[in-house]
Design a protein around this ligand. Structure first.
Ligand code: 5GP
Length: 126
């Protein structure tokens, strides 16, 4: 079975400039922008520019350059938000939802960076 990517998903439209976004950082391979419905005072989404549905898709098929850029971009955002641990920040949570059980709303890989308040337990009880 191969991965199926829907080029009409909302993040693909953001990447094509068809829908506006509040960009935090853009690199050769990634875009980081503010979530339209923030769950925490700081809520940034980091997406690769390539057509990957999920983290497992990305891990299987992205180039090393894309993977390095994605990882470093997430680190740069935590620093820019002032929540990284090097600066004694208060920390953050990364979430990447995938598929049905992960309750993924947008089928383009994204990592949520949540920060700015205590975020609570890792997983809801049910
Ligand atoms: P998921 O459930 O797929 O992990 O999360 C998708 C996220 O995308 C949600 O937090 C939702 O608020 C965000 N989102 C959906 N549509 C848009 C949009 O058009 N612009 C931005 N900036 N975020 C969006």
């Amino acid at each position: 079975m191969a991965y199926t990517y829907d080029p009409e998903n909302i993040f693909a439209k953001i990447l094509r400039g068809e829908i506006p976004n509040t960009t935090v950082l853009e690199t050769d391979h990634c875009l980081a922008f503010r979530d339209i419905a923030p769950q925490t005072p700081e809520h940034v989404l980091v997406i690769p520019k390539g057509p990957y549905v999920s983290y497992d898709h990305f891990a299987a098929e992205a180039s090393d350059a894309e993977i390095i850029d994605f990882t470093r971009t997430i680190g740069k955002i935590t620093k820019a938000l002032g929540v990284d641990l090097a600066e004694d920040g208060n920390g953050y949570r990364l979430i990447s939802n995938a598929g049905v059980d992960g309750v993924q709303e947008v089928p383009h890989l994204h990592v949520h960076i949540l920060a700015g308040r205590p975020i609570g337990r890792m997983v809801a009880a049910s």
